[in-house]
Design a protein around this ligand. Structure first.
Ligand SMILES: Nc1ncnc2c1ncn2[C@@H]1O[C@H](COP(=O)(O)OP(=O)(O)OP(=O)(O)O)[C@@H](O)[C@H]1O
Length: 268
């Protein structure tokens, strides 16, 4: 169980995140939604301490990760795999090596320094690529792949990290609809097949409703909605997004009719 307890982050006079309290049981697929500047990225970045909270606590199975330092903080960061909008691969390295980089924090120091991977590690990395249908590009340079392929490599890298939580910050923001579906399906597979908790910032409300089992709506740093996707009515969504509502919502069909118009998630 991940518990955010009165979590805040202040930049000067601005509260990017203000007094957020959430309980997230292991194994959930939680979508964090809200308009630009609502505090979604800052919230995610506090979970793995890329951003230091100004107040509040983060508890994981009762352990206060806001107080961790040194090796224990390093271990916590290894438990949280991050997926970014811009993939964050090393473009000049081949795909397999990029995936193996996910093992760095779990590899003894001298081997990680020399980037000496065992046969078993390479097999695991290849198998991760295979799960997302991209094993055939393992030897290619990462920067030669399409955006959707690169994001699947990033997800494979996250998987070999053996995380407890995946923090995905707008993972589909730069992808077309077909790649959006492939990448969201990959995240869903990791969540359902391996039971890894996924916290995912999403701009598209329709995608969030389709893939997540819980939505957390943020506005001005605060949580203003927390519930099942079905509970998020169009009226609440319009309040949440204000002027951006037209961009993130379909023309208004009820959630139970949305899947017909959207790509269906695929669980392999
Ligand atoms: N390093 C920083 N320094 C100063 N202000 C910041 C910093 N990071 C975020 N903020 C501010 O905090 C608020 C929340 O930003 P955040 O990026 O968390 O929102 P968001 O919901 O993820 O938005 P977007 O969808 O546009 O990324 C914004 O007002 C932003 O300008």
């Amino acid at each position: 169980m991940l518990v955010l307890d009165g979590l805040s982050k202040r930049y000067g006079d601005i509260y990017a995140v203000a007094d957020v309290s959430l309980e997230i049981p292991a194994g959930g697929f939680v979508g964090i939604i809200g308009r630009s500047g609502a505090g979604k990225s800052t919230l995610l970045r506090m979970v793995n301490r890329l951003a230091e909270p100004s107040a509040g606590r983060i508890l994981v199975d009762g352990q206060d990760v806001t107080r961790l330092a040194g090796r224990r903080l390093h271990c916590w960061r290894a438990d949280c795999a991050m997926i970014f909008q811009q993939f964050n691969l090393v473009g000049r390295l081949d795909v397999l090596t990029n995936v193996l980089l996910g093992r760095l924090q779990r590899t003894p120091g001298w081997r990680s320094l020399l980037k000496l991977w065992t046969h078993e590690e390479k097999a695991v990395a290849l198998s991760a690529l295979d799960q997302f249908d991209i094993a055939q590009v393992a030897a290619q340079r990462a920067d030669s792949l399409s955006g959707g392929q690169q994001q699947r490599v990033a997800i494979a890298r996250a998987l070999v990290q053996e995380p407890r939580i995946i923090l995905a910050d707008e993972p589909i923001a730069s992808l077309d609809p077909r790649n959006t579906k492939t990448v969201m399906d990959a995240l869903l597979r990791i969540n359902k097949h391996y039971g890894i908790t996924v916290l995912c910032n999403l701009h598209s409300l329709d995608i969030a409703r389709l893939y997540c089992d819980r939505l957390v709506g943020m506005a001005a740093g605060r949580v203003v909605f927390d519930g099942a996707p079905e509970a998020l009515t169009d009226t609440v969504a319009r309040d949440l997004y204000g002027l951006e509502a037209g961009e993130v919502m379909d023309a208004g069909p009820a959630p139970d009719t949305l899947p017909a118009a959207l790509p269906q998630p695929v669980l392999a």
